[in-house]
Design a protein. Structure first.
Length: 111
């Protein structure tokens, strides 16, 4: 559920594609990728500007993605729509561990 403070919301069309570097959710997704996959994706992207605030320099974008990884959240500061601000909590790589007991009981059946 979202909250619109000033009554304006950007218009999105179902199925519309948006470059990931333009907004907070996209930057969170990029930051969550393994380094080799991120390098591959950024190598294929032209980092097109949509506003004057859009990050179009790869080094600046990579620095922003490192900050997102470190902080756990991302911001959109007018990169997609002039004056539109947004934040997103990231979903980052985690390692799950499961502990399996070697024996469920100290008592052993005879034999």
């Amino acid at each position: 559920m979202g909250f619109i403070a000033d009554g304006w919301a950007p218009a999105y069309r179902e199925g519309e594609r948006m470059p990931l570097h333009l907004n907070a959710p996209g930057k969170s997704l990029l930051a969550s990728l393994p380094d080799d996959r991120l390098t591959e994706i950024l190598g294929e992207s032209d980092l097109t500007a949509r506003t004057e605030a859009t990050l179009t320099d790869r080094d600046e974008l990579e620095a922003e993605l490192r900050r997102i990884r470190d902080n756990g959240f991302s911001f959109c500061r007018g990169e997609q729509f002039e004056g539109h601000r947004r934040s997103r909590r990231g979903v980052f790589r985690t390692r799950a561990a499961t502990e399996w007991p070697q024996s469920a009981s100290a008592d052993r059946p005879p034999g």
